[in-house]
Design a protein around this ligand. Sequence first.
Ligand code: PRX
Length: 574
Amino acid sequence: MSSVQPEVLQATAVDANLKSYEEARRTFDWSEVEKAFSWHTTGKVNMAYEAIDRHAEAGLADKIALYYSDANRREAVTFGQMKANSNKFGNVLRKLKVAKGDRVFIFMPRTPELYAALLGTIKIGAIVGPLFEAFMEQAVRDRLEDSEAVAIVTTPALLPRVPVRDLPHLRHVVVVGDSAEVGAEHVDFYKEMEQASEELAIEWMDREDGLILHYTSGSTGKPKGVCHVHNAMIQHYYTGKIVLDLKQDDIYWCTADPGWVTGTSYGIFAPWLNGVANVVRGGRFKPEDWYGTIVDNKVTVWYSAPTSFRMLMSAGDDLVKQFDLSSLRHVLSVGEPLNPEVIRWGLKVYNHRIHDTWWMTETGGQLICNYPSMDIRPGSMGKPIPGTEAAILDDSGNVLPPNRMGNLAIKTPWPSMMRKIWNNPAKYEEYFRMNGWYVSGDSAYMDADGYFWFQGRVDDVINTSGERVGPFEVESKLVEHPAVAEAGVIGKPDPLRGEIIKAFISLRAGFEPSDELKADIAKFVKLGLAAHAAPREIEFKDKLPKTRSGKIMRRVLKAWELGLPTGDLSTIED
Ligand code: PRX
């Protein structure tokens, strides 16, 4: 919001799919994009068909769709094979009497099987719920319970975290593993796949039918099931073209896991709707493996996150020099604020501008972005994609002029917008409380030239390493620990992870503060909820600041932490 001249990194790409952002904003029409799909004429649709089968049937059956690798496995899957494998899995589910609209969860690490299962689920019209492999039993249970899931696909290693008791709707547990590890009460994935037909009658859907459920966190309550529909493909396809700048010969790598929305919208749908080869690297983050993945696959377009870029930055410039990264032509980022310093570093070591993109689980697709053919102002998320409108609103829903900070909002609708919060219409309506606008929960401002600048969250949601964590969920888990009387959780700024989770805890009578107790409490959350939800810092307090109605005031905890004034304490307990 300063008046000094912003730093500008000039557009370099001369042959970008989006030639002129300004012109596209004037002339763009979503109905033109729809014509790319076969359903434009029939009105019936299936995301998995458009992503895979359509290309297999149009002469690309032998083109590689998936380049998979992890420490022990390396495999390439063609569009033709992906079509056959997903058809088979669709048949496996049909045999189990799974039907259109049923919820099917996929809880396993990234492997070629995950992708076949996810697409097969979509092909029979079921709604797929991908779950991150780090989730522990409670997190899995919350999601299966809320969505009344009928089936889950998992691996022997994750099976102990799949609750089967007290989930009356859950009829099938499909296990992807060695037959010896598959119990009689489970469905043996490989055995069933072997017997299943490669021919499948695809379930043709209406464009507004359910496609996918991604659970995400808010500042209160349990995680909420954000439901997207098949219609989202219009935006996935289009942003794949103009933001990812995908072209037929690209080798594209999105580093996100399908348990998070980036790993599906841009790790599955966008590249394959564009018929582009998609790289998947299994296993954990290691700088050498990541650079190796770019070299081995000759990755051209790379979509990752600020935390990863910061970790690569701290791994050093010398490491970069050991790898030939010359295949890269376009680099992008999402999930958290992208530090200008990281962009400058990227320009120096990769010789590429890192293009920031802003969107959310709820938005289903990219909305505010930097484009290859547009100047970048480091620190800005960019400008809204053609066909959408973004604005900054005050708390009454009035549009604010440039350079004023307020609520970042998007004019409704857009093709990939969520269509409901599972089981929770009231929560859904909350997002749209400001007449015709979707209110993101982020605060931002727009400069005089239309660039948007992220400022923070307006609620207490924590963003740690690009993963969204609700403080309430962590607090609820913490108070289950026998030593914990009360807990308040905040995001504490961290140079590498953006934020880390910090818990303030008051102990029950008879428990004394100690480092061992801290470690034990952190482990309790890690094992009970998920590793990324465990507090990295714990501070014991005799008492926590509370409102008179007993609500812990995270705002005060945050102020303590940052050494800031605590502000209005008129509602505090004592
Ligand atoms: O606060 C914003 C931040 O991540 C939130 C959305 O998180 P999630 O639903 O998990 O989706 C992440 C990936 C789509 C937003 O409300 N966020 C996302 N992108 C950016 C960002 N913050 C700053 N800059 C971004 N580019």
